[in-house]
Ligand binder design. Sequence first.
Ligand code: IPM
Ligand code: MG
Length: 354
Amino acid sequence: MEARFALLPGDGIGPEIVAEARRVLEAVAGRFGHAFTFDVQPMGGAAIDEFGDPLPQSTLAACRAADALLLGAVGGPRWDDPTAKTRPEAGLLRIRKDLGLYANLRPVQPHRALIDASPLRRDVVEGTDILFVRELTGGIYFGPDGVDEDGSRAFSTMEYTTAEIARIVRVAADAATARRGKLTSVDKANVLEVSRHWRRVAADVVAAEYPGLEYEVVLVDAMAMHLLSRPRDFDVVVTGNMFGDILTDEASMLPGSLGMLPSASLGDPGPGLFEPVHGSAPDIAGRGVANPLATILAAAMALRHALGLSAEAEAVERAVASVIERGLRTADIAAGGPFVSTAEMGAAVAAQLG
Ligand code: IPM
Ligand code: MG
């Protein structure tokens, strides 16, 4: 098949890791007989420097024309000035909103060979396999906000409509149906009106359309605790934008390194956005030591979710698993032992694909 990827390397380690994901996609194209084209576009801090805008019109247009977007990471200390007109992160929020990417899938599945890299005990983490489904274009990230003219007060507002809740719950419930059949909805219904609405709508959707699912609701503070004490008990977890942001960073520590976790942001219709969960790691940028596997696994999610190429996606995931099993490690997962460079890791995965 023919497919066009928009590549958004972004800032920090972004260009290094996206280059390796591209190398792996080229290997997939060669092995399976596909024609992939790659359109590299500026975004984030790099685009602020060049265009004064973290998401220039030309980048957004290229994204709309693509079948899938692969993003490295955005942000860094250079653009952290709190008085600046715009920030790199604003580009990411706009791309999510403008392309209608409301469903953010973040799978957390510690790799067997890496479990001792987890800060938690092996017997707690082993067997964990959670899919977080985070609502991505609503909630407090996009609600009415402002600062009073005299600077004495500021506010941000969490809002959710019935339609926004129902569509994200359906994405999560479909995923749970295809997995182990358990869905957990996370909210703060003991305090927030918006959460009580979330809880009512979610319960209605599940009761009417997914009566066979095992369904539970958990308060977000309790969830923060359960994730560390009994992560194995969860299958699919659905929650709002900010709770999902916080809980997925927490959960990303279960496998020991953020460097392994991919994420997909989907809407319908239009291209999805695929990226590592980790950030731009400016402290190690340009040194060739970053772990490209999260971005490579994000490319696998693009093959599966944007192009419908599940055999190809599985081939990439198997290639990643086998280089790990062979003992190849980047610095972040080497536990002080020998490690390979970003490019060596990417090349090993590509070579494994044949
Ligand atoms: C994430 C990030 C973003 C978010 C930032 C960079 C805007 O933390 O994707 O989780 O808060 O959504
Ligand atoms: Mg986050």
